[in-house]
Design a protein around this ligand. Structure first.
Ligand code: C2E
Ligand code: MG
Ligand code: MG
Ligand code: MG
Length: 274
């Protein structure tokens, strides 16, 4: 497992520290050739509309097949790629690959692609997106970009400008991991998001925590008043689904509907109403 290779607890002056730093450097180094060596693949996880049960789209999730360590999770290598700047090359690959693969799907669902804050800070992001859409021929209506709150806080005006450029092309934008970041309600109100994705941590805690349930309800109410549809991430059980349906959540994604899988058609395990 890749876990422990990076992101381990860091204690100053412990013998293990050199090793951790060394492994991190090694991974950073390995990342530089990973695109050229075809070591990345995308998995797709279905997103379902809860009213109709309709499959609305798939989120593309990146996997790194490291030649010696096996499959490494994005949580373990994206931060390193962001530090070295390699995320720009990797991110462009993800976008292009997702657009190409989505063209082969039997139905014209949306493909949602995660953007790193580092990508989002590039002045030419909109140009990059436009070029990839042109090159691959994917309809902009089928592309959704997912950004986190951390991508917009640093320079709100610039972020707003960038979002508007992207939206003007017909591409939609979702705010990911909502509830875990720093953005104020005012930010949410002034940014033209098409979707709010409630972070999965709230749903995972919902059964045992009244507080987590209250936050889910609050985000749903917020979405209603701003007229932005809300998607709940991390739906694993039928009970969780029932709660979401009762509270009027529009859309959901999670292991209950399907794990991230190689081909979209294979990853649909259940219908919303079953
Ligand atoms: P995310 O965008 O919030 O993606 C959702 C994560 O939750 C995915 O983890 C997914 O596999 C996992 N998940 C989905 N349903 C469930 C569930 O029911 N229960 C639980 N426990 N987990 C569930 P994954 O694939 O490991 O990705 C982790 C994070 O890495 C993503 O979080 C995203 O922030 C980042 N990431 C993934 N692919 C890319 C990419 O292409 N570019 C960038 N910049 N980041 C990416
Ligand atoms: Mg995401
Ligand atoms: Mg998320
Ligand atoms: Mg996340």
């Amino acid at each position: 497992r890749a876990k422990g290779a990076v992101g381990e607890r860091i204690c100053t002056y412990e013998p293990g520290m050199d090793e951790t730093a060394r492994q991190r450097r090694q991974l950073a180094n390995d990342l530089r050739n990973a695109v050229d060596r075809h070591e990345f693949t995308l998995l797709y996880q279905p997103q379902r509309l809860l009213q109709t049960g309709e499959l609305s789209g798939y989120e593309a999730l990146l996997r790194w097949h490291h030649p010696r360590r096996g499959v490494i999770s994005p949580n373990d290598f994206i931060p390193i790629a962001e530090e070295t700047g390699e995320i720009l090359t990797i991110g462009a690959w993800v976008l292009r690959q997702a657009c190409i693969e989505a063209q082969h799907w039997p139905k014209e669902q949306k493909v949602a692609v995660n953007l790193s804050p580092v990508q989002f800070r590039q002045a030419d992001l909109a140009d990059t997106v436009r070029a990839i859409l042109l090159e691959t021929g994917l309809s902009p209506r089928r592309l959704e970009l997912e950004i986190t709150e951390s991508a917009i806080i640093a320079d709100k005006l610039r972020a707003l400008h960038c979002l508007r450029q992207i939206k003007a092309m017909g591409v939609s934008v979702a705010i990911d991991d909502f509830g875990t970041g720093y953005s104020s309600l005012d930010t949410l109100h002034s940014f033209p998001f098409d979707k709010i994705k409630i972070d999965k941590s709230f749903l995972l805690r919902a059964e045992n925590s009244a507080q987590a349930r209250a936050i889910i309800r609050a985000v749903l109410a917020l979405g209603k008043s701003l007229e932005i549809p809300v998607l709940a991430e991390g739906v694993e059980t039928e009970r969780q689904l029932e709660v979401l349906q009762k509270e009027g959540c529009e859309e959901a994604q999670g292991y209950y509907f399907g794990r991230p899988a190689r081909a979209p058609s294979l990853s649909v395990s259940r219908a919303a109403n079953s």
